[in-house]
Write a protein that binds this ligand. Sequence first.
Ligand SMILES: *[C@@H]1O[C@H](CO)[C@@H](O)[C@H](O)[C@H]1NC(C)=O
Ligand SMILES: *[C@@H]1O[C@H](CO)[C@@H](O)[C@H](O)[C@H]1NC(C)=O
Length: 428
Amino acid sequence: MQLRPPLYTLVLIAAALCIVVLSAQECVNDEYGNCKSTERSHDCLDPPEFLRFVSSSHRDKSVISSLRGTIENVISAEDASAFVNSLPNFIEASGYEKNTNGKTYAAPQGYAALGLKELKPHSDAYSKIMTIREKVRSATEKSLNICPGSLYIDFTTVSQKVEGGAHRAHADNCIHYFEDGVAKCDTTRAHPYPKRVAASILYLNHPRSGEFEGGQYFFANGTNHGEVEDGGIVDISTGKMVFFTSGIENLHGALPVLRGENKAAEPRRLALALWYVFDKSLMESAEASDANAPTEIFTLPLPNGVDMEKALQAMGMYLVSRQNKPMIGAWKVSKYGDSALHVLFKDHSAMFSITYTKAPSSMVVERHTDTNKRASLQYMLQESVMLHAVLDEAMRLISETELNGSSEIDLFNGGLSLARSKLPARQA
Ligand SMILES: *[C@@H]1O[C@H](CO)[C@@H](O)[C@H](O)[C@H]1NC(C)=O
Ligand SMILES: *[C@@H]1O[C@H](CO)[C@@H](O)[C@H](O)[C@H]1NC(C)=O
């Protein structure tokens, strides 16, 4: 069966787009095999034109093929492996999901990640990621025929998927549903990143070097209940990237990562994902770590008898139950590594984290923002409401465990009132 768009068509489209972008100008291959021009194209689309073009795809499906594509050899296999070798350890992350009984649990997704914040500025890994992400960003911009300099990266992540790691079909800027098999954006539900316009994923290893099978990227059919599109599976190879606009025109996901031929080897699939916006104020700060160090809001000492894992689990569930307060999609809670919870506000201006430490036992609450951004006023108001509730819950959870003697009770009560004194007064 020959259905649109098989992989080679995507590649041809990418190449054709490149030629269209450069119109009458000459297309010179640069060292990465991408066509390149020193002159600014007259035919490029500025942000409003591009958004209109994307919208037209909802009426005219033939437009969709111009809103996605793949490019081979964006970086060399040597550069990819040098970059991977320079990286620090990945951090296990998981989202909260509901099981069939409606119970919420932290679902490990065979997925671990590293963001810019985990890389030390001026380190080898940092300078490598800065170079690679700009290469990918400009290739995406050019391939989508967006005028140079219009796309800003709002989030960078290096992801590691291990056995079972997969992604269900989704759009990147809205929550979708199907009406008679046709994907629609649910405008009644808030998405954390409604302003995203495009994304790209650059593969950093190969099924052979990563000892995996499967794990392919796929486009899901927006007119057929999100079934994998015919010809919509993108095979993975080192240095290859896939780019696509963020709306329901490009529902996409990843097939599960499986063990490779060598069943004893742990499969590991690595990719660099970038998401883009037109709004410069949402640009991810390039100055990482030091300048972005989180601000401590408070540290609550906990009794030594507290089981930290259970405490984190219980607090995670509690936070999940408040994710839609005071509005749908207000907060997004995820478990980060073994000892922390991340709680991101819907306007993405800031998040807070709760880290459980041992010896001494404590609960550390910190606020994270990017250097070039300030937490919004709305975030600050909702943060204090949420953190008062967190302290109430910490107290409720502790009173169910044994406090060992009056000195621990005093320590805990003292910690609670100190923590509250650091928050704005409780809302009525
Ligand atoms: C998407 O589904 C529709 C409806 O079943 C079908 O006609 C079309 O060929 C499919 N497109 C792709 C690319 O799979
Ligand atoms: C409780 O405190 C006593 C005295 O401070 C100490 O000897 C004991 O080990 C503590 N028990 C627990 C469970 O921490």
